[in-house]
Design a protein around this ligand. Structure first.
Ligand SMILES: Nc1ncnc2c1ncn2[C@@H]1O[C@H](COP(=O)(O)OP(=O)(O)OP(=O)(O)O)[C@@H](O)[C@H]1O
Ligand SMILES: [Mg+2]
Length: 367
């Protein structure tokens, strides 16, 4: 039995999703690629732009934070800026963040124009010989109204209006490909090196979660077979957040029972909540038509792809190629199952099933 003030947690923060882990395992290759892109800037050259792609919860944002931590420790010439495009989704908002980082205070609030903020930022880069590395995290939030074209244009062609200014971009998105047609004037300057973040393998997940448990729990709190169950559930969603959240909730459950260790029931009863963490994050990467297909897919337990397409086509007029792309994405980020059956009118047909309760999806889509 645990006494009143006793706890299972050596360090509770370890299980927070925004905790930056000390050890970032199994992403050496991706970090090396990113460093390779930055390297020219260390020698005063122009950095290579990069695009980080991969499903939710595969370490993209963490990789950027780790990279930036290292840059800040070793170089004063490079100024790394992380922009959360979900919050800062206009050209003005992005440059506002750059200004704040460079000058360590916000621009004067009395209606300063974009042009002015832009000039200050670019001029500083040129005068002080600083290279700005701008990480546009969840860059898909800049797609509406084609804001992304304005942002990239301003960043990557800054040297044309302000000679000597140097900026590089790292775009980040929970997608397998860019799937956005950039303005031709942007394409010529945004030649990005793709850095792919694949799903973690079962062994990698186990490694990472086992390390977290060692750091966060006292010895003996989680037995190996229980950790294996947590790993299984994490692998199903493909999202490490599910595992981290599950460890935290199961630990809290055990603590509530005043037990010194986590039982299988503690995990089972936390699962319902923890698996929804993935749903919440996965939905944020969806475009309007992708949300539409998902919403329609919740109307029945299962669909033949052809039937679902007809419904989607009636409502939006979109063609099969786009529909097919959407199915692949929803399948890849594990919101739906889209397996082939043996039969179908014209050979093999796909059967679509959503992986969550309709209500769980709809309540989040309507938020
Ligand atoms: N290799 C790793 N080692 C330790 N922890 C990791 C690793 N990869 C991811 N994590 C942890 O998993 C969680 C999700 O990672 P992160 O936020 O970097 O994912 P992401 O790829 O940016 O997801 P999204 O596309 O949804 O934004 C974080 O809490 C992070 O600390
Ligand atoms: Mg992220």
């Amino acid at each position: 039995m645990l006494l009143w003030e006793e706890t299972l947690f050596k360090d509770r923060d370890i299980f927070e999703l925004d905790h930056l882990p000390d050890q970032f395992l199994h992403r050496e290759r991706q970090l090396d690629s990113l460093k390779f892109c930055i390297r020219p800037a260390l020698q005063g050259g122009r950095p290579v732009n990069a695009l980080c792609l991969g499903p939710p919860g595969t370490g993209k944002t963490t990789a950027i934070f780790k990279l930036f931590e290292e840059i800040e420790a070793h170089s004063t010439r490079i100024v790394p800026v992380h922009v959360n495009c979900q919050m800062d989704s206009t050209r003005y908002a992005v440059f506002y963040q750059l200004y704040k980082k460079i000058f360590e205070h916000a621009p004067p609030s009395s209606g300063i124009s974009f042009k002015r903020v832009f000039e200050k930022v670019a001029q500083h880069s040129a005068d002080e010989d600083k290279v700005l590395i701008v990480a546009l995290d969840d860059i898909n939030y800049l797609f509406p109204e084609k804001e992304v074209d304005h942002v990239l244009y301003s960043l990557l062609r800054a040297h044309e209006t302000c000679p000597g200014a140097r900026m590089g971009v790292i775009g980040i998105m929970s997608e397998l490909a860019l799937n956005y047609v950039l303005d031709p004037r942007v394409v010529s300057v945004f030649q990005a090196e793709e850095v792919i973040f694949p799903l973690y393998s079962r062994n990698e997940i186990k490694d990472i979660l086992s390390r977290r448990s060692q750091m966060g729990f006292y010895p003996g709190v989680i037995a190996d077979d229980i950790l294996e169950t947590v790993v299984d559930h994490t692998e199903k969603s493909g999202d490490l957040r599910v595992g981290i959240d599950l460890l935290k909730r199961a630990g809290l459950n055990a603590e509530k029972r005043a037990s010194k260790s986590i039982s299988p029931e503690d995990v089972a009863s936390s699962l319902e909540r923890s698996r929804l963490v993935h749903l919440t994050y996965a939905l944020k990467s969806l475009k309007a038509d992708e949300k539409e297909v998902l919403r329609m897919a919740t109307l029945q337990e299962s669909w033949r792809a052809g039937e679902l397409f007809r419904l989607f086509h009636e409502k939006t007029g979109a063609g099969y190629t786009r529909f097919h792309e959407i199915l692949n994405k929803l399948d890849a980020i594990r919101l739906i199952n889209a397996d082939f059956t043996g039969q179908g009118e014209r050979g093999r047909s796909r059967i679509i099933r959503v992986r969550y309760e309709a209500e769980e999806i709809l309540s989040r889509l309507n938020q």
